[in-house]
Design a protein around this ligand. Structure first.
Ligand SMILES: Nc1ncnc2c1ncn2[C@@H]1O[C@H](COP(=O)(O)OP(=O)(O)O)[C@@H](O)[C@H]1O
Ligand SMILES: [Mg+2]
Length: 223
């Protein structure tokens, strides 16, 4: 069953001489419960594609269906709810709120929705990510790797149907990176999550069910 369908997605940043055609006629169908990795050179359009999949950004042209519903025909409020309830996003630059502690950041999506977080789920995530002693720290007191793990925890806490992660192990050592991947795969199986993970680490990419290669804004191969 497909969970996301992209039809002829184009994304152009800027205009005229400085226009950058970041995505070109991208057609993509993502199946529920499958783990995808996206690989490609720097500047090939990986983050742009992931932001569009997360309804964080709109393309210049094209159509997107999320769970059968047209995203761009939905109101801004409906899109915000989709993002909060159905999608977990790990930003390449973490995007933690500086005025809030690590724990407050992790629980923010649940609080915004007025739902009680699942304590056991929280404990499991915090244990595997080894951030138990950092929960009262503020983002500027965390190392890059710690901030990255807090950002991963925030994306996982709501048990989203779709987890989108932009280079989520980019700042982690090899062993922590592998632990994060194991956790993600465990949730994929247990919760039936669809995962899309951008990485330039081919070993990590190979842990996915399907590898999507992108080159100059086009999908080069799906294997
Ligand atoms: N906000 C932006 N404004 C202008 N150009 C951008 C913007 N974001 C990305 N780009 C350009 O779009 C292309 C694809 O970028 P990106 O999706 O970030 O690639 P990747 O994540 O694969 O490194 C690059 O040429 C980049 O410079
Ligand atoms: Mg990127």
């Amino acid at each position: 069953m497909s969970i996301i369908v992209l039809n002829k997605i184009n994304k152009i940043y800027g205009e005229g001489d400085i226009a950058v055609h970041a995505l070109r006629d991208v057609d993509l169908e993502l199946q529920k419960g499958i783990f995808y990795s996206i690989i490609g050179k720097s500047g090939s359009g990986k983050s742009t594609l992931l932001h569009i999949l997360g309804a964080l950004d709109q393309p210049t042209s094209g159509e997107m269906l999320l769970e059968g519903k047209s995203v761009y025909e939905s109101s801004a409020d409906e899109q915000a709810l989709l993002r909060r309830r159905r999608i977990g996003f790990v930003f390449q630059s973490y995007n933690l709120l500086p005025e809030h502690t690590a724990l407050e950041n992790i629980l923010m999506p649940s609080h915004l929705d007025g739902v009680q977080p699942d304590e056991n789920h929280l404990k499991e995530i915090v244990d595997v990510l080894e951030i138990g002693d950092k929960l009262t720290s503020f983002p500027d007191e965390l190392s890059g790797g710690q901030a990255q793990r807090v950002a991963i925890a925030r994306a996982l806490i709501t048990k989203p149907a779709i987890l989108l992660a932009d280079e989520p192990t980019g700042n982690l050592d090899e062993a922590s990176g592998r632990d994060v991947l194991k956790l993600i795969k465990e949730f994929q199986t247990r919760l039936g999550q669809t995962i899309v993970l951008v990485t330039h680490d081919l070993e990590i990419a190979a842990m996915a069910d399907t590898i999507i290669e992108i080159q100059d804004g086009r999908i080069q191969s799906i294997s």
